[in-house]
Write a protein that binds this ligand. Structure first.
Ligand code: IMP
Length: 178
């Protein structure tokens, strides 16, 4: 195990299994709807890339970047740093997240996309940390529910590093509590 990791939560094969399960559900739910998968940058990239291999219907992808984090703490205010290119009016949107913690990011992004006239908006997230929730948002599709710990890997970062790990692990506190 890497020296900065306390505990591995998902091995790479577990992530592929999760994407396979979610892909089957999404294939059934989105047949003939041509959804737009809205990847929230940057953390959703590895998850979105694996997930779409398992969805067997027509779909589009686009990306948004919204930020509320500094280090390991949510600031509670969300800024849109990069917007979608595709018009969303009348379209079925599936927001792809790496992790839902306080829910601030999702709530803001969902409100924005609703105001633009999307036909439907649902959320698929690799990880859910319900103990961290500060607003009432519940992702419809969840890969794994995890305890309230700071995790890294498979897109998730600490100060922009560790996104390239092919697994998800809990970051040792000694790395950020100095
Ligand atoms: P929320 O707005 O608090 O729900 O946070 C969502 C975003 O915060 C995620 O897309 C991640 O980028 C980041 N985040 C939340 N928890 C963690 C974590 O444990 N590790 C790394 N990033 C996290």
């Amino acid at each position: 195990m890497d020296s900065f990791v306390e505990e591995v939560l998902l091995e790479h094969k577990d992530i592929v299994d999760i994407c396979n399960r979610l892909g089957k559900e999404l294939t059934a739910d989105y047949q003939d709807k041509r959804p737009i998968l809205v990847g929230l940058l940057k953390g959703s990239i590895p998850f979105l890339a694996e997930l779409i291999k398992h969805i067997k219907c027509d779909l589009e992808i686009d990306f948004m970047q919204a930020s509320s984090y500094e280090g390991t703490k949510s600031k509670g205010t969300v800024m849109v740093l990069k917007d979608l290119i595709t018009p969303v009016i009348g379209r079925h949107l599936l927001i792809v997240e790496d992790i839902v913690d306080t829910g601030f990011t999702l709530q803001e992004v969902m409100n924005l996309l609703q105001d633009r006239g999307a036909a439907s908006i649902e959320v698929v997230t690799l990880l859910d940390k319900p103990a961290g929730r500060k607003v009432d948002v519940t992702p419809k599709y969840i890969g794994k529910t995890i305890p309230n710990k700071f995790v890294i890997g498979f897109g998730l970062d600490y100060n922009e590093i560790y996104r390239n790990l092919d697994y998800v692990g809990v970051l040792k506190e000694s790395v950020y509590k100095k």
